[in-house]
Ligand binder design. Structure first.
Ligand code: HEC
Ligand code: HEC
Ligand code: HEC
Ligand code: HEC
Ligand code: HEC
Ligand code: HEC
Length: 428
């Protein structure tokens, strides 16, 4: 019995150390486990690195939709080399690589060599081999899908930090309980042997005593705690104010899937500023009334929402006149760059000939709009580095292009070459 009691703290410490290491390695580095093909990790990497150019469906964004891509490419090894460095693979004369390149009019895919490790790329490939079930595109079934059906895709995100805290809490309780048990066992055995009962010096003093006699252990635990905080702190800080998926509720449940999707209304019809100037703009309700004077909704759900337009503009559907009091609508803003950053729509839409999808995702399948891109500076820069500029027979640029072509014949002139990385272009 005595042996067990004296051994208890040591075995407890060993057990705790084991659990800690296990938890720490699985939680923090699960994704980096060599060749595990971790799908969840792959999904994260895909969102951060590929989603700006590739959808998981069949529709093209900048690059082809990646639905069924695993069956289409020659092999997974091919995919690894392609994602690592598609330039090099094309230069090696690989037939399929050159075919996808020409099929996509020579749009360049980012080279990920140096950015992603082999294991990370393998995780993405594992993810592409097991993509999530496609989102059911709404709009077809009128009224069946209401505002409450808005996708809450971030709701099941894991919170490894919380799990860790929880585990630490439980372990702490175990320590306290075991300590009490050990003390009463010791007192019991002392009593049997006729020794004086244990003096209770209190948890705090005992801890201090333990620290004094176990300086190395204490240092190791401290280093461990600091490392955990630095790792999570770092990740947390990078995520501050980065809110892809943000979808605020709106005063009218305006559905893009019904307007831009099912009814095929052009984005520019409502966001007419996007081609002409800096701001795309939210349409005034007069624009809505062009149609909704007549269209009152084919089911009660729609009628209720459309009635809000009438209420806002003071339209009386019975008299067919603007005689009621007005109650202006305040839409909740979805996108907001900080004031110190300059972004201009017409530069991208009219000059750069970029589709709204590149930056806003497939809005024609959304209900009210949600934030698609991260809107970080890195996001702007990555695209500027990757996107070739349209020369359009502009003499000056064509000449510049020819000079650069002489240095490296596979080179594309990207927005980065045009000054798209200069601080002053985006910062006042
Ligand atoms: C800057 C835009 C861009 C980014 C970012 C990007 N791609 Fe691509 N991708 C393309 C383009 C464009 C093509 C078509 C080939 C070409 O023109 O070079 C392509 C082609 C592909 C293909 C071949 C598709 C087919 O139909 O066979 C795969 C696979 C692929 N990309 C995977 C990825 C993965 C995985 C990532 C993220 C790690 C990624 N891409 C990031 C633009 C991009
Ligand atoms: C190159 C990326 C990019 C493209 C392409 C793009 N947008 Fe935007 N859009 C942005 C960014 C970034 C913001 C946030 C701007 C801000 O907060 O100042 C934004 C904001 C918006 C807003 C709300 C704020 C505003 O400017 O009125 C609307 C509406 C909008 N975009 C519509 C469109 C439409 C429609 C298209 C296609 C015709 C389009 N965008 C193309 C990046 C883009
Ligand atoms: C080019 C015509 C057109 C314009 C412009 C238009 N709508 Fe619609 N809207 C429709 C059609 C068609 C329907 C489908 C009606 C039905 O099926 O009952 C619809 C349905 C709706 C509905 C009910 C479905 C839903 O989205 O919840 C609302 C609310 C609505 N519109 C709001 C607006 C608002 C707000 C605007 C202005 C920003 C607007 N609409 C502009 C044609 C238009
Ligand atoms: C999807 C790709 C893409 C994204 C994302 C993007 N840009 Fe651009 N941007 C372009 C292209 C392409 C051009 C070049 C248009 C042209 O002149 O041909 C451009 C041009 C510009 C220019 C003009 C640069 C010059 O040479 O005068 C500015 C400023 C700019 N972008 C700011 C931004 C900011 C700020 C963001 C992020 C909020 C951003 N861009 C995100 C593709 C992108
Ligand atoms: C019938 C009019 C209409 C059409 C067509 C339309 N939108 Fe919108 N859009 C709106 C209204 C109204 C809002 C404000 C409510 C919301 O945020 O969903 C909005 C919001 C947005 C926003 C978010 C603005 C913000 O607050 O940052 C973006 C981005 C956007 N639309 C892009 C698009 C794109 C891309 C298309 C084409 C596929 C499109 N819209 C088609 C009316 C329209
Ligand atoms: C293509 C456009 C673009 C260029 C070029 C650019 N920035 Fe930025 N920068 C942005 C945008 C957009 C943001 C806002 C990002 C956000 O809110 O997360 C930003 C944010 C910042 C911030 C604030 C950091 C933060 O996360 O809030 C600093 C500092 C900064 N930029 C410095 C620079 C410097 C220095 C350069 C030149 C080396 C530069 N930027 C070039 C677009 C750009």
């Amino acid at each position: 019995m005595n042996k067990l009691i004296t051994k208890l703290p040591k075995s407890l410490a060993a057990f705790l150390a084991f659990v800690f290491t296990l938890v720490f390695t699985t939680i923090t580095y699960a994704g980096d486990a060599p060749s595990a093909g971790n799908i969840a990790e792959g999904q994260k990497i895909f969102k951060a690195n590929c989603a700006a150019c590739h959808s998981l469906g069949a529709n093209k964004v900048v690059g082809p939709g990646l639905q069924g891509v695993i069956d289409r490419v020659p092999s997974q090894d091919w995919m690894l080399s392609w994602i690592k460095n598609n330039n090099a693979l094309r230069k090696s004369g690989d037939a399929y690589a050159n075919k996808v390149f020409t099929d996509n009019n020579g749009a360049a895919m980012t080279v990920f060599d140096g950015q992603l490790t082999d294991d990370q790329i393998k995780n993405v490939i594992a993810f592409l081999a097991h993509p999530p079930a496609p989102e059911t595109a709404g709009g077809g079934d009128q009224g069946a899908k209401t505002g409450s059906a808005q996708t809450a895709e971030n709701s099941n995100d894991e919170h490894p930090g919380m799990i860790l805290l929880l585990i630490i809490g439980v372990l702490f309780i175990i320590i306290v309980v075991l300590r009490t048990v050990r003390r009463s066992l010791l007192s019991l055995s002392n009593e049997k042997k006729g020794l004086p009962p244990l003096e209770d010096i209190g948890l705090w003093k005992e801890t201090v005593k333990w620290i004094k006699t176990h300086k190395v252990h204490f240092a190791v635990i401290n280093i461990f705690v600091v490392v955990v905080f630095v790792v999570y702190g770092w990740e947390y800080l990078w995520g501050i104010n980065v809110t892809p998926g943000y979808q605020p509720s709106q005063p009218i449940n305006f559905r893009h899937d019904i307007h831009a999707g099912k009814n095929g209304i052009a984005c520019i019809y409502c966001h007419s500023g996007a081609e002409k100037g800096k701001v795309a703009g939210i349409p005034t309700l007069n624009v809505c009334m062009n149609c909704h004077r007549g269209i009152q909704g084919s089911n009660p759900e729609f009628q209720k929402e459309i009635a809000k337009i009438y209420d806002a503009v003071g339209w009386d559907p019975n008299k067919a006149d603007y005689t009621n009091p007005k109650h202006p609508i305040k839409w909740n803003r979805v996108h907001a760059l900080p004031d110190f950053a300059y972004f201009n729509h017409s530069q991208h839409v009219s000059v750069g000939k970029l589709d709204c999808k590149n930056c806003h995702g497939d809005v024609a399948t959304f209900t009210t709009d949600k934030q698609f891109a991260t809107l970080t500076m890195g996001w702007c820069l990555d695209c500027h580095r990757a996107t070739p500029v349209h020369m359009d027979g502009n003499g000056y640029y064509t000449k510049l292009h020819d000079v650069l072509m002489k240095q490296d014949s596979t080179r594309k002139i990207t927005e980065a070459d045009m000054g798209g990385l200069e601080c002053g272009k985006c910062h006042y």
